[in-house]
Design a protein around this ligand. Structure first.
Ligand code: GLN
Ligand code: ZN
Length: 752
C-alpha cells in the first residue's frame, strides 16, 4: 500500500509563456474579446492539470483572472457598492484596477512575498452572500477525483480585510461563517472529497481575538462539507502549533522548509487518524531539493503516521513555471534549479524513493551528484569574499563623524538654498529608450551607437533639470532596465533567466535574478554615467544613484546555502567599493535606494529585531566609508514605517526621501512623535498618476511638512522615481514643484 501521497497547493497561473498576461492586457485594451480571455484561462487550467496529473491531488480554483483574494471577495459577496451597477468580468476588473472610474480597491503585499492582493472592503454595510460560482465551476471542469478546491480560510480572509488596524473586520466572523458552510456543503454535494483551506495567518503572531476566531470557525465548520485540509505556509507555526493541531479538521499542512524544526512536534500533536502534509519542497525559491535531507526528515516519522502527504511548502504561484524555456542559462547552474514543473517532478521522485520501490537508487544518486556540483563550484564560494566579511570591524559600519558635524561640512560644501529641490533618480523611460536598449541587446545596435544615445539622453535630462531650476541633479537612469537587474549584471554571484516570470499582481510579472554564489563587484557600475552627467551639470551637485543591499537581496531569488545576512553583507561590500569610486570621481552626493527594507521584515515579531540589525548593518557597510563632506541619501517607497522608524534612523543617511504624498498626514504624524535626526524629503507629489499637481497643492504639502519637521532639514522632491511617467507631465510637475518652493521660501523671508 502506498502510505505516501503527493500533492500541490497551487500552481502558477500566468501560463508558461505569460499567455494570461497577454490575454488580460489585450482584453483591457479591447483587442481581445471576453470569450478569448475566458478561453485562455480555460486552456491554462487544462494545461496545469495535465502537468500535475501524476500527483495524487492538486488544487483547483488556484487559477485567477486577477487575484485569488479578490476571487474570494466575489465568492463571499464582498463587492464594493460603487461597482454594483456593473457585472461579470467588467465588475471584477473595475475593483481590481478601475483607474478610469476610480473604482479600484487598495492593493497590498501578500504576507512576506512579492505578490500583491486586492484588499477586501469589509465594513458595517457588508452582507456576506454566496455570489460566485467560480470555485464550483473550476472543480467540475477538472472532472477528476484528484481535483481539490482551494479557498482562503475565514480568519486569514478577515485579517487581510483589516488593513493595519484601520477596521476590525474580524468582528464580522459570525455573519461570514454561514457562507463558508454553504460553500463547503455545495462542494460536498458536487462530489469533492477534500477541500483545502489556506490559513497562512498561522505564520504570524496571533492575537487572542484571532485565536478565538480560529477555534470558533473550525468548530462551526466541523461537520460541514468535504474533508478539510488546513494549510499553513510562509513560516513555522511556532507558538501557534498547539492551536493549529487542535482545530477539528481532517488534514494539516505545515511548511516543512521554514518550519523544518517542528516536524517532530507536529507528528506528536497530530490528532489520531488525521493526515499530515509536509511541505518539504521549497515552493517559493528556485533550488533543487536535497532528497537525502528530505528522506532523513520523513523516514523516521513515516512509520508513525497512517497518512503522510508530501507537497511544496506553499502554492507554486510564487515560483517561475519551468526551466524548459531557459536556453541561455549555464547548464551547470541550470541543473541546480527547480521551478514549478520541476518541483512536481521532485515530488514524484520523492514518492518513489520513500515508498522503497527497488531500482530507484539512481534517482537519489543523481540528485546528490547535482548538489555536490553546486557545493564545489568555483564561483559559489569565493574565499576572498568570505575572508573580507569575516574580517569586518565595527568601525567599518560607522561614519567617521556624527551627522551634526557632517552636516556643517556638507552645508559649507554645497551651499544649497533652504528647502533644496531634487528628484528620486529616474526620468521617463520612454518607448524610445526601451526600443534602443532592446535592439542593443539583440545585437542590432552597436555598443558605440547605444552609448551615444544614452549620453544624449543624460545630457538632455540634465539640461532640463537645470532649466527647471532644480538644486540637486541626477543623471536620469536611462541605462537601467531595472534597479536590481542593472546592478546584478555587474556582480559576480548573480545569474539571469529569460523566462522565469513570477506574478506580482494582476498581469504584472517580475523576473527576479538568482543569487547563486558569493557576491563581488566585477567592475565599476555607475561611475561613468555619473561623471558624464556631472560634466553637463555645471556647478550644480550631481547625485549618484545605487540600489541598496536589502533591495538587491529581496528582489532576487537568494541562495539557500548561505544565510541572508551574509549575502547582504557581501552585497554591502560590493556597493561600498562603488560608493568610494563615485566619491573618488567627484560625486559628492550618493543615494542608496532601499525601497525593500520594510517589505523584507519577517512575519514574526521575534525575528524582526535581528533582521533589522543586519539590514541596517549592510546599508551602513555600503555607505560608512565616505568622507564627512560626502552626503549619503536614501529613498524608500512608502510612508508607513511606524514599525521600523528606529531602524530608519539607524541607517544614519544624511538625507532620506520617502513616499508621503498619498498619506501625507499619517507620515508626518510619525515625525511629530519621532524627531528624525537628519534631513528628510517627504514626497510632495504623487508620481503614480499622470495628473500634474498644482503649485498650490505642492506648496500646501511643503508647508505641512515644515510644521512637523525642522525647516532646516526639509528637502523637496517627488515621492518616487519618474520612470513610468511621460516627459510633458514630468516637466510641468517639476516646474510647479520649483515654483511652489520659491513661493514658500518667499513667505519665509517675509516672516523673518
Ligand atoms: N532611484 C530609483 C528611481 O528613481 C528609485 C526607485 C524606487 O524607489 N523603487 O527609479
Ligand atoms: Zn520609490
Amino acid at each position: 500500500m502506498d502510505s505516501i501521497k503527493i500533492h500541490s497547493l497551487g500552481f502558477p497561473r500566468i501560463g508558461a509563456n505569460r499567455e494570461l498576461k497577454k490575454a488580460q492586457e489585450g482584453y483591457w485594451k479591447k483587442l481581445v474579446t471576453q470569450e478569448d480571455l475566458i478561453a485562455t484561462g480555460k486552456d491554462i487550467r487544462k494545461k496545469n492539470r495535465k502537468l500535475q496529473q501524476d500527483l495524487d491531488f492538486y488544487a483547483v480554483n488556484d487559477f485567477s483572472f486577477y487575484d485569488q483574494v479578490l476571487d474570494m471577495s466575489f465568492l463571499l459577496g464582498v463587492i464594493p457598492e460603487r461597482v454594483i451597477e456593473k457585472s461579470g468580468l467588467d465588475q471584477y476588473f473595475s475593483v481590481a484596477r478601475g483607474s478610469s472610474c476610480s473604482c479600484a480597491s487598495e492593493m497590498t503585499k501578500w504576507f512576506d512575498t512579492n505578490y500583491h492582493y486586492i484588499v477586501p472592503e469589509v465594513n458595517e454595510q457588508t452582507e456576506f452572500k454566496l455570489s460566485s460560482t467560480k470555485v464550483f465551476d473550476e472543480y467540475l471542469e477538472a472532472e477528476s477525483s484528484k481535483a481539490r478546491p482551494v479557498i482562503i480560510g475565514p480568519v486569514t480572509y478577515l485579517t487581510l480585510a483589516s488593513q493595519q488596524g484601520k477596521y476590525d473586520a474580524l468582528a464580522h466572523l459570525l455573519q461570514l461563517l454561514p457562507v463558508y458552510a454553504e460553500i463547503l456543503e455545495k462542494l460536498a454535494d458536487l462530489g469533492a472529497e477534500w477541500v483545502q483551506i489556506d490559513e497562512p495567518i498561522f505564520s504570524t503572531d496571533l492575537s487572542n481575538e484571532q485565536k478565538r476566531a480560529l477555534s470558533h470557525s473550525y468548530v462551526y465548520l466541523r461537520d460541514k462539507g468535504p474533508k478539510k485540509l488546513l494549510t499553513n505556509y510562509f513560516g513555522e507555526l511556532g507558538e501557534n502549533l498547539e492551536l493549529f493541531f487542535n482545530l477539528p479538521v481532517d488534514g494539516y499542512h505545515i511548511d516543512a522548509v521554514e518550519g523544518v524544526g517542528e516536524v517532530g512536534e507536529a507528528v506528536n500533536k497530530l490528532p489520531q487518524g488525521a493526515v499530515l502534509s509536509l511541505g518539504v519542497v521549497d515552493g517559493r525559491n528556485v533550488w533543487r531539493s536535497d532528497y537525502q535531507k528530505i528522506i532523513d526528515l520523513v523516514k523516521p516519522v513515516k512509520g508513525l503516521l497512517g497518512n503522510l502527504w508530501l507537497a511544496p511548502s506553499c502554492s507554486l504561484l510564487h515560483s517561475p513555471q519551468t526551466l524548459v524555456s531557459e536556453s541561455k542559462l549555464d547548464p551547470e547552474i541550470k541543473s541546480w534549479l527547480a521551478f514549478a514543473e520541476e518541483k512536481v517532478d521532485e515530488l514524484k521522485d520523492l514518492k518513489k524513493l520513500l515508498t522503497g520501490k527497488l531500482g530507484n537508487d539512481h534517482i537519489l544518486f543523481e540528485n546528490q551528484q547535482i548538489l555536490k556540483s553546486r557545493l564545489q563550484h568555483k564561483s559559489v564560494v569565493d574565499e576572498k569574499v568570505r575572508a573580507r566579511v569575516v574580517s569586518l570591524l565595527p568601525t567599518d559600519f560607522i561614519r567617521s563623524e556624527a551627522y551634526s558635524s557632517r552636516s556643517v561640512q556638507q552645508k559649507e560644501k554645497f551651499k544649497l538654498p533652504l528647502l533644496p529641490t531634487t528628484t528620486i533618480g529616474s526620468f521617463p523611460q520612454t518607448k524610445e529608450v526601451r526600443a534602443q536598449r532592446a535592439s542593443y541587446k539583440k545585437g542590432n545596435l552597436k555598443q558605440e551607437q547605444y552609448v551615444d544615445f544614452l549620453v544624449n539622453e543624460v545630457k538632455q535630462t540634465v539640461e532640463l533639470q537645470k532649466e527647471i531650476g532644480l538644486d540637486v541633479l541626477v543623471h536620469g537612469e536611462p541605462e537601467r532596465n531595472d534597479m536590481v537587474e542593472y546592478f546584478g549584471e555587474f556582480l559576480n554571484g548573480y545569474v539571469f533567466t529569460e523566462n522565469a516570470w513570477v506574478q506580482s499582481y494582476g498581469s504584472r510579472c517580475v523576473k527576479p535574478p538568482i543569487i547563486y554564489g558569493d557576491v563581488s563587484r566585477k567592475q565599476a557600475m555607475t561611475v561613468t554615467w555619473s561623471q558624464i552627467a556631472q560634466q553637463f551639470a555645471d556647478t550644480k551637485p550631481m547625485k549618484g544613484m545605487l540600489t541598496g543591499p536589502i533591495t538587491m537581496l529581496k528582489w532576487s531569488f537568494v541562495r539557500d546555502d548561505l544565510g541572508s545576512k551574509d549575502v547582504a553583507l557581501q552585497i554591502g561590500l560590493a556597493l561600498r567599493e562603488e560608493v568610494l569610486d563615485l566619491e573618488e570621481a567627484g560625486i559628492a552626493m550618493i543615494q542608496v535606494d532601499e525601497p525593500a527594507i520594510r517589505e523584507a521584515l519577517p512575519l514574526k515579531n521575534s525575528q524582526k529585531e535581528s533582521y533589522l540589525k543586519w539590514a541596517v548593518d549592510s546599508f551602513r557597510l555600503s555607505t560608512a566609508a565616505v568622507k564627512s563632506s560626502t552626503q549619503i541619501h536614501t529613498h524608500m517607497c512608502y510612508s508607513d514605517f511606524n514599525e521600523i522608524i528606529d531602524a530608519i534612523a539607524a541607517l544614519d543617511a544624511d538625507v532620506i526621501s520617502v513616499e508621503t504624498s498619498r498619506s501625507q498626514q499619517s507620515l508626518l504624524e510619525v515625525f511629530e512623535r519621532f524627531r528624525y535626526p537628519n534631513e528628510i524629503g517627504p514626497g510632495v507629489y504623487d508620481i503614480h498618476s499622470p495628473r500634474v499637481p498644482s503649485v498650490d497643492e505642492i506648496s500646501e504639502n511643503i508647508r505641512a511638512a515644515c510644521k512637523y519637521i525642522d525647516i532646516e532639514r526639509v528637502w523637496v522632491n517627488p515621492d518616487c522615481g519618474l520612470k513610468t511617467r511621460d516627459w510633458p507631465e514630468t516637466k510641468l510637475a517639476l516646474e510647479n514643484m520649483v515654483t511652489a518652493v520659491k513661493l514658500v521660501r518667499e513667505e519665509l523671508l517675509v516672516l523673518a
